[in-house]
Design a protein around this ligand. Structure first.
Ligand SMILES: C[S@@+](CC[C@H](N)C(=O)[O-])C[C@H]1O[C@@H](n2cnc3c(N)ncnc32)[C@H](O)[C@@H]1O
Ligand SMILES: [Zn+2]
Length: 176
């Protein structure tokens, strides 16, 4: 049996170059999984893609808008078919988005074990001027059911994310 078919049997659809993450099926379509252990705050991958304007994102909508990452006051990153396009949301995330040197990185909030799904809280990259919402099916006992802009989070959760450095500055700057 070929290595590829063996991987298919293990449920691995695609392994990211560098062998740090892989794509597998989840309760919410495809998702990103850890192919190795990560320590808290460790960088997992760079979110690569094409920078697009807010006007393009809102004008296009659909899956395209669903997959874009806010990356500045008026800009988003379209991950195309790259790993970022498979990053799911959880109301109990183990990772977050960090901007450094004008690039977006996925980093661990806490220790992540090999084979864990890597998930972020989408609200941490939704500014108060973002109208995007999602019905959540993360399965956590802390599930908020509807995912919206950062300002919609309970105060304690907002404070915890900010304290951990899990909210990019350009998102905080949208808060009224
Ligand atoms: C960046 S994509 C993630 C990859 C996606 N699961 C796929 O198979 O293409 C974002 C989309 O995944 C789905 N999704 C991610 N997290 C979810 C969650 N917790 N509950 C329900 N749907 C989710 C939503 O359709 C969302 O618009
Ligand atoms: Zn949830």
């Amino acid at each position: 049996m070929s290595r590829w078919r063996l991987r298919r049997r293990e449920g691995i659809l695609f392994r990211h170059p560098g062998n740090v993450v892989e794509i597998r099926r989840t309760r919410n379509g495809n998702g990103l999984f850890a192919a190795k252990r990560f320590q808290a705050n460790e960088r997992i991958i760079r979110i690569v893609g094409k920078v697009v304007s807010a006007r393009i994102v809102t004008g296009t909508g659909g899956t395209f808008a669903d997959n874009c990452f806010r990356c500045g006051p008026e800009t988003y990153l379209d991950p195309g078919e790259e790993a970022g396009a498979y990053l799911n949301h959880s109301c109990e995330p183990n990772a977050y988005i960090r901007k450094s040197n004008n690039q977006l990185f996925l980093a661990a909030i806490r220790k992540i074990r090999r084979n864990d799904e890597i998930v972020i809280d989408y609200s941490t990259i939704l500014g108060d001027d973002d109208i995007w919402t999602m019905r959540c099916n993360c399965g956590s006992t802390r599930c908020r059911k509807t995912i919206k802009h950062f300002g919609s989070l309970p105060s304690l959760l907002k404070a915890r994310y900010v304290e951990r450095g899990a909210v990019p500055r350009y998102i905080l700057e949208t808060l009224s």
